[in-house]
Structures are given as structure tokens and as C-alpha cells.
Design a protein around this ligand. Structure first.
Ligand code: SF4
Ligand code: SF4
Length: 483
């Protein structure tokens, strides 16, 4: 019986071929089966034929309309973030900071310089603008500098958002990204009362953390961090303050130690992110920087270490891998700006600067701080539609659909990847960028190569561990279900 091939991209890997279709379904074929499939001579008795049909890589004429409908439903689900416009709203409430981190992407200023604080008029207009978003689910994230240094305005803006929400009746959540250096009991109590999450930073052991994250006040930022995170956890519960890691040359080759430190402090996840080329990270790049290849090798080693920890009974997630696995193994969108097509910049998230300017992503305000205001979408004094339906966001969308971008359009990883327009612009002055020498592309390709290498082993325990990461459920529960 003849069959119809449905659109897919592919890549030869050793003795097999990886195929991914437009709904993000993947499978591996032998080279022989792939050749028979693409030459239209694969027999319907063949095991490969059944797998290709089940995952909608091929169909027969009588089922074509039904299969197209199913693929369309999956594609709509993957693109659901487009309908949730815009859920993450970051507010740079001050650029002042009591730390002097070597890589500070925000290029923070001294903690005494109040001219970089958001004033109440701007904060109020910011919250008004945020509440005009059509999204029913709003997360307001306070960033800096160190946001707690502009506490009165931060507190008032939370109360004002809660007041507006009495009428708007949206699902509103708050996050404060703080280095925890000087958090007070009053601030912790306020967070508890208003259900505010705390996000913080931990770069590893005392030696590693103090090396990268120096305090402008204390001899050891690590000691202050530990003391205060214990206070926060005591009031908000374990994992009350969840940390983010920044990887520099200092800790790149010591990620196992960093992971041990996270486990020792009771955390159950880590996000292995490469250093971004913004702010102080650029000035200090000789001291802090590394190549993509070095990063990926360190990532692989750390990922293997984390997998081994899980095999030995310590449940611990690597969040970037979990995000990619979610894109690979489920039809759901992840909300991660850089892994979306079109890019989620401005669509999934937006950032409101201390002076009232609005940018589509954190990196865009970092670029502005470096003197390039290209991505400014407008200000809180403008009309909502002029900002969120303006030229900047349109340019981002036009230039970030991997389905049509050169090289990406033929890439097997297209459905799991995205576009970083701000990084493209920074590196090439072109929003679409140039894939063949893009670090973003190289990193994603190498990491996805490795994840598919792991998936291809069909190691049942490993798959259960991965599902526990994706679903955020205990490994034992997943194991019981799959056995
Ligand atoms: S990275 Fe954060 S804590 Fe460190 S100096 Fe910059 S704003 Fe302050
Ligand atoms: S950026 Fe690179 S890895 Fe991602 S889809 Fe494009 S070509 Fe593929």
C-alpha cells in the first residue's frame, strides 16, 4: 500500500537517523529503514512503518485529514504561549546594589546613589500598564540592582497590584530577586503575608561564591547569604529562597563541587546557564569567560554527575535539561523565552526599567545600560497597544520564527529550539543573526546532541529520572507507574 510522507527534519547520528516532525515528535531509524521510507518502499509489515505511522511521519490517503487535524492540535498546544500574552513582568525597581559581582549583567551602581531608584509615579504607572495585559496569569518579578534597597516603593507597588486585582481578578504572583545581603525581618514577614517568592543567587562553595560575588559592605558575601537564607527558610519554609547559579571560569570546572553545595544546603535543582555577554561580564571577560565547547563539556560532566546522584537516591534536577526534555517529550510549551518560535521576548515576558522605559527582555535592558537603546518598546507613559503592538515587538516576531529562518528551517532541532534576537543583534547588528557562527546555535546543538545520545540508550531508569524532572514528581512514583 502506498503512503504519504508528512513534513519532518532529520539528522544522521552514527549508524542511525533522528527524525523530528512539526509537532515535535521524534524517533530514531536505522539508515536502511530511513532509506526505504524516503524511497517510498517501506513495507507496512515493517516495525519502522508502524512507528512512523504512530508518530505521524507517514499516513495513508484515507486518514490524511484526520492526521493533519491531530498534528495541528499538537502544534497549537506547543504555541499556546502566544495566547498567554504577556505573563512575566519584571520590574527593575532600582539599579543600586550592595554587592559588586564581577559579572554583574545589570551594571549596578553604588548602594548610596538613589538617582537610580524607580519613583512612585513610575511604579504606579508600571503596575497600571502590567494590568492591561490580556494574560489572566501575571507574575511580577522585582529585579535590580538589589530590589530590597528601594523597599518602600516595592512594598507600595505590591499593595497597589493587589488592590487593582480586586477588580481584575487575575492569578497574580510576585517574586523578589535578591542577593539576601540585608533582608530584614519586616521584609521576610511581608513576603510571607503576600505570598512573595524569593529568588536568589548561589555560585558554589564559600571560596567560589566570594570570588565572584563580592559584597560592597561585608568581608564575605557567602557568610551573609548563608545566615540570611537560613532566616528566610525558617520563616518561609525550606527552599524559601531558591538560588540561581552563574557560571564563570572560576566555577566552570568545579561544577561537581557547586552541585554538592546545593545539595548540602537542601536545594533540589540547579540551572546550568552559560555566562551572558552583558554588563560587567564584558569588561571582565578575560577573567570570567570561556568557549562554548568548554561550557558544553562542563555541562555534560555536571549532568552525568546529577544523573548519578539521582540513581543513588538523591532527587535533584538540572533545569535546562528538564526544559529541553519537556520540549522533546511533551507537547506543551515551556514559557522559556529563548526556546520559543517566535521568540518569547515581549510576548512571554517584558521588563520595566527604573526610569519607566519598557524592554522585551532582561538582556535588552542590559544592552541599554551598555549604551544601546535599540530594543526600547516605549515607556509606561505610552498607550499599552503602542508598546506591545509596536515596531520593536513586530521586528522581533518577524526575525525569530525558526521554521522560516535560514539554517534553522532545515535543522532537526528546530521544534525544540528558538531564537535569541537580542544576542543576535549584539553580535551581528542583525536581529536574525547568522547561525553558522552563532554561539547560541552551537551551544543548543551540542547540548541537544547529547540529550538525544542519552535518550537513544533507552535506559529505563534514566527515562524515569527524566520524567520525574519534567513532571516535578518523585522518581519512585514515576518508577511505580512505568514498571
Ligand atoms: S549581580 Fe545582582 S547582586 Fe551582584 S552586583 Fe549585580 S545586581 Fe548586585
Ligand atoms: S539555532 Fe541552531 S540548533 Fe537552534 S534551530 Fe537554529 S540551527 Fe538548529
Amino acid at each position: 500500500m502506498s503512503y504519504i510522507k508528512l513534513p519532518f527534519n532529520f539528522k544522521y547520528i552514527d549508524d542511525s537517523v533522528l527524525l523530528v516532525n512539526q509537532a515535535g515528535e521524534h524517533l530514531f531509524l536505522t539508515k536502511e529503514d530511513f532509506s526505504a521510507f524516503t524511497s517510498d518502499v517501506l513495507n507496512s509489515d515493517n516495525e519502522a512503518y508502524k512507528r512512523l505511522k504512530a508518530k505521524h511521519f507517514l499516513t495513508v490517503q484515507s486518514e490524511l485529514n484526520q492526521v493533519i487535524e491531530m498534528l495541528a492540535t499538537k502544534l497549537r498546544t506547543r504555541k499556546e504561549y502566544l495566547a498567554d500574552f504577556t505573563s512575566l513582568h519584571m520590574i527593575v525597581i532600582t539599579l543600586r546594589c550592595n554587592c559588586l559581582c564581577k559579572y554583574c549583567h545589570a551594571s549596578s551602581v553604588d548602594f548610596t546613589n538613589k538617582s537610580y531608584d524607580m519613583d512612585w509615579d513610575t511604579a504606579k504607572k508600571t503596575i497600571d500598564m502590567i494590568f492591561q495585559t490580556p494574560s489572566k496569569d501575571i507574575k511580577i518579578e522585582y529585579q535590580g540592582g538589589e530590589p530590597l534597597l528601594n523597599w518602600d516603593i516595592l512594598k507600595q507597588s505590591v499593595l497597589y497590584a493587589e488592590f487593582l486585582n480586586k477588580i481584575a481578578k487575575k492569578k497574580v504572583g510576585f517574586v523578589i530577586c535578591t542577593n539576601l545581603m540585608d533582608i530584614t525581618d519586616e521584609q521576610i514577614d511581608f513576603c510571607k503575608k503576600h505570598n512573595i517568592e524569593i529568588s536568589t543567587s548561589l555560585d558554589g562553595t564559600k571560596e567560589l561564591h566570594d570570588c565572584n560575588r563580592q559584597s560592597r559592605i561585608y568581608p564575605s558575601s557567602y557568610d551573609a547569604f548563608i545566615k540570611n537564607s537560613e532566616r528566610v527558610n525558617a520563616k518561609l519554609g525550606n527552599n524559601g529562597a531558591s538560588p540561581l547559579l552563574t557560571i564563570t571560569k572560576t566555577n566552570l570546572h568545579r561544577l561537581r563541587e557547586v552541585i554538592d553545595e546545593y545539595v548540602r544546603q537542601g536545594h533540589n535543582a540547579i540551572f546550568l546557564r552559560a555566562l551572558n555577554p552583558y554588563g560587567n561580564a564584558v569588561q571582565n571577560k578575560d577573567e570570567l569567560g570561556y568557549s562554548i565547547e568548554e561550557f558544553v563539556e562542563a555541562y555534560k560532566d555536571a549532568l552525568n554527575y546529577i544523573i548519578d546522584l539521582n540513581r543513588q537516591g538523591t532527587e535533584f534536577t538540572e533545569c535546562f535539561t528538564a526544559l529541553l526534555l519537556s520540549r522533546i517529550l511533551t507537547p506543551f510549551s515551556t514559557g522559556f523565552v529563548d526556546l520559543q518560535s517566535p521568540s518569547g521576548a515581549g510576548i512571554s515576558g517584558a521588563i520595566y526599567y527604573y526610569d519607566g522605559k519598557i524592554y522585551p527582555a532582561d538582556e535588552a535592558r542590559m544592552l541599554a545600560r551598555m549604551g544601546d537603546d535599540y530594543f526600547c518598546m516605549g515607556t509606561v507613559n505610552d498607550h499599552y497597544s503602542d508598546v506591545f503592538n509596536g515596531q520593536v515587538i513586530r521586528d522581533i516576531v518577524y526575525n525569530s520564527c525558526v521554521e522560516t529562518m535560514p539554517v534553522c528551517s532545515e535543522c532537526v532541532y528546530q521544534q525544540y529550539c528558538g531564537a535569541d534576537v537580542i544576542r543576535n543583534y549584539l553580535e551581528t547588528k542583525d536581529l536574525m543573526g547568522y547561525r553558522l557562527n552563532s554561539g547560541f546555535c552551537k551551544k543548543n546543538k551540542l547540548i541537544l546532541d547529547y540529550i538525544f545520545e542519552l535518550l537513544r540508550t533507552n535506559d529505563e531508569q534514566l527515562l524515569d529520572i527524566f520524567w520525574s524532572w519534567i513532571t516535578r514528581r518523585p522518581y519512585e512514583e514515576i518508577k511505580l507507574e512505568t514498571n
